[in-house]
Write a protein of this length. Structure first.
Lengths: 323, 362
């Protein structure tokens, strides 16, 4: 893909604009000031906005706690987790403090937590995880999984403006590989799914980096005469059930694809909603494709076989279409 | 002696050491100290009576929704911190044994009772209970059950104020017990507050038992105050059954926090004079412990001291107690008539953005 702005640069741009637009915004995270963050998502922001970009101690629990306290006072913090995997240390603050705050006390909690998520070859079990499902399980959180440069920018800006805690799952594989000519106009609000590719023979519902693999699989099946519709969830919570059901109504077949572990999770939620609300729309049993039920392997040979790929998505679609 | 009104404006804490003599006595305590002492004593007594009422209602059954966790024996330590704080200006993150501190901070007893009796009119509206109550937007943080996790939240509120330029001489204060100091959240929060050099008082009530677990199974340092050095903050250890010692420590801590000296740890040794909750008979506390210095009733000690100093008469204390009883009874009666939460009127909405709530239209 050619282009002049990467997914990562869009995330940096969104943070730049959020800092510029609103003095209540500040950034808090490990190595994000002078160093610009482990992935350079905050490159130069400390210099451009002195006193508003803070290096934190390696204390994910306290980082989130501080951001919650600041949000209570009307600030709009953006917390960078160095890797999504490490947010497990801040889990308690996220799900018990931030997520319950509004319900318990009617106090809004405008907090954005950025989670560099998903697998890249060689990253291994503790730098590759996808945490969206585990956070989506808890009431009181909004979980976003942008798949495009445009969404990376606009949804991050929207997150900062939202008066609720947002878990912003940005995919590390897309950081450098995904490029666009420009950021583009804002198209859809948070909570709406996008038809990433129209089709009529089967629907793939997916999100984040898997959107691109699903599109490539759909292109492969087009050679055999199949038109596959790809739905990009964009936001896994809230989940846009209407758009999913609308697509399944057109195609009659559903494959839910996710990079995360197979037990429960986003794909199970998609299948469950379609089975209970759109059973009559289905011409075949709905299918799921996820990573394997092991920790994420380190070596590229194992890693590629652990997660869904263009080939395995295409294979699953052929099975679905044969039914 | 008059009963302080609710939300009473407290005099700002003097940053100067307590050296001035009172005109009324030859005491070494300043009139400001004396006023704070009597305020604290009032809140301690109000807290004790209120909690005794809650315990009685709990044991009678049917009235109290959920558990009852009392601060008996910890009133001096809690109130001494509470009277340093100004509601609307300072940030307070109390824990389960801080009823006296909550009252001293400015919580009216009706808020306590509405929460315990499950009235929809209370600050938590039936959505959360009892000791979890608070009004975060007013700087009164609402604890969750995970110990130590409020420390970084109080720090964050101060951090935001500093960023906005509205910190002024505001301070934050939060509490844990001996058990709470063993959590990762306590360590992370304490270290972060120290790194950010925030004006935060952290009180550690060492009541010697975390539920049933004794100090020997909780930490291995000699005294919890030793940890202050490790965090690079000022620490002090006091006899928390002595209100004067508690006030002196928290006045000093507040003054140092306001002077920009960063977080302050105050460790108080005492004994919880009740079970962990009212469901617990505390049979794990050996009898000999109940006769130690730490088992002194801080309220009796404080009242005796105030009378010895000539700050208050026994008659005034008796009158005050009658007024406290009347206030509690009247408030219980009022709250008892208030409505319970109605599931059909509940909006079941965990997000403030209505349009993003699943299953509901924007």
């Amino acid at each position: 893909m050619s282009g002049s702005i990467t997914y990562l640069e869009a995330i940096r741009e969104a943070q730049y604009d959020a800092l510029r637009n609103d003095p209540a915004v500040f950034l808090y995270g490990q190595d994000i000031d002078t160093f610009g963050g482990a992935f350079k998502a905050t490159k130069n922001l400390g210099k451009e906005f002195p006193g508003r970009v803070f290096d934190s101690p390696i204390s994910e629990d306290a980082m989130v706690g501080l951001a919650i306290g600041a949000a209570i006072e009307g600030a709009r913090p953006i917390v960078e987790m160095q890797f999504a995997d490490f947010s497990s240390i801040g889990f308690n603050q996220i799900i018990n403090q931030a997520a319950t705050l509004y319900w318990r006390t009617e106090t809004p909690c405008p907090l954005t937590i950025r989670l560099p998520s998903g697998g890249t070859a060689g990253s291994g079990p503790f730098h590759s995880q996808s945490m969206e499902a585990i956070y989506a399980h808890y009431p009181g959180l909004v979980i976003l999984t942008p798949a495009t440069v445009e969404d990376a920018y606009w949804m991050l800006l929207d997150s900062v403006e939202l008066n609720d805690p947002v878990i912003f799952c940005e995919h590390k594989f897309l950081y450098y590989h995904l490029k666009a000519e420009s950021i583009g106009e804002r198209s859809l609000p948070i909570g709406k799914a996008r038809i990433a590719r129209p089709g009529r023979h089967a629907t793939v519902v997916t999100y984040s980096a898997m959107v691109h693999d699903a599109i490539r699989a759909a292109e492969e099946l087009q050679l055999d005469g199949y038109q596959i519709e790809v739905v990009d969830l964009r936001s896994v919570k809230p989940m846009d059930t209407d758009t999913i059901l609308g697509s399944v109504a057109r195609t009659g077949r559903l494959l839910a694809v996710g990079e995360a572990f197979p037990w429960g999770g986003v794909t199970a939620e998609v299948i469950s909603r379609v089975a209970s609300e759109g059973f009559h729309l289905l011409d075949a049993p709905p299918m799921r494709l996820n990573a394997k039920d092991t920790p994420i392997p380190y070596h590229p040979n194992l890693w590629k076989a652990h997660r869904p790929t263009v080939a395995s998505i295409a294979g699953a679609l052929r099975n679905l279409l044969r039914y | 002696m008059t009963i302080p009104p609710y939300f009473a404006k407290k005099k700002p804490v003097s940053a100067s050491p307590v050296t001035t003599s009172s005109k009324r006595t030859s005491s070494v305590y300043s009139t400001d100290f004396q006023e704070q002492y009597l305020n604290a004593l009032y809140y301690m007594r109000l807290s004790r009576m209120l909690e005794e009422k809650l315990g009685a209602l709990y044991r009678a059954g049917g009235r109290i929704v959920g558990g009852v966790y009392l601060g008996k024996g910890q009133e001096a330590f809690a109130a001494a911190m509470g009277v340093q704080l100004r509601m609307g200006k300072d940030v307070y993150g109390p824990l389960i044994r801080d009823q006296a501190g909550r009252l001293a901070f400015g919580e009216p007893i009706i808020e306590t009772l509405r929460t315990y009796l499950g009235a929809a009119t209370g600050p938590m509206r039936g959505r959360d209970g009892n000791i979890h109550r608070g009004r975060p937007r007013e700087g009164y943080m609402a604890m969750i059950s995970h110990l130590g996790s409020l420390l970084s939240v109080v720090a964050g509120a101060l951090f935001a104020r500093r960023l906005k330029g509205t910190l002024g001489d505001s301070i934050g204060a939060t509490s844990v017990g001996d058990g709470g100091t063993s959590t990762g959240a306590f360590h992370e929060g304490m270290n972060l507050a120290a790194v950010e050099k925030l004006p935060l008082i952290v009180s550690i009530a060492n009541n010697q038992y975390a539920y049933s677990t004794p100090n020997t199974r909780q930490y291995a340092c000699e005294n919890l105050v030793d940890r202050a050095k490790g965090y690079g903050v000022h620490g002090e250890h006091i006899d928390a059954t002595d209100l004067a010692a508690c006030l002196t420590a928290f006045r000093g801590a507040a003054a140092r926090a306001k002077a920009g000296e960063g977080p302050q740890i105050v460790v108080g040794t005492l004994l919880r004079l009740a079970g962990h909750g009212e469901h617990d008979d505390a049979s794990y506390i050996p009898d000999k412990k109940r006769h130690t210095h730490e088992a002194r009733d801080c309220i009796e000690v404080a009242a005796k001291f105030a009378m010895e100093q000539g700050w208050v008469s026994e008659t005034a204390l008796t009158t005050q107690m009658e007024e406290i009883r009347r206030l509690i009874d009247q408030t219980v009666a009022k709250v008892s008539k208030e409505p319970a939460p109605d599931p059909f009127k509940e909006n079941w909405q965990a997000l403030s953005t209505a349009g993003l709530v699943e299953g509901q239209n924007p």
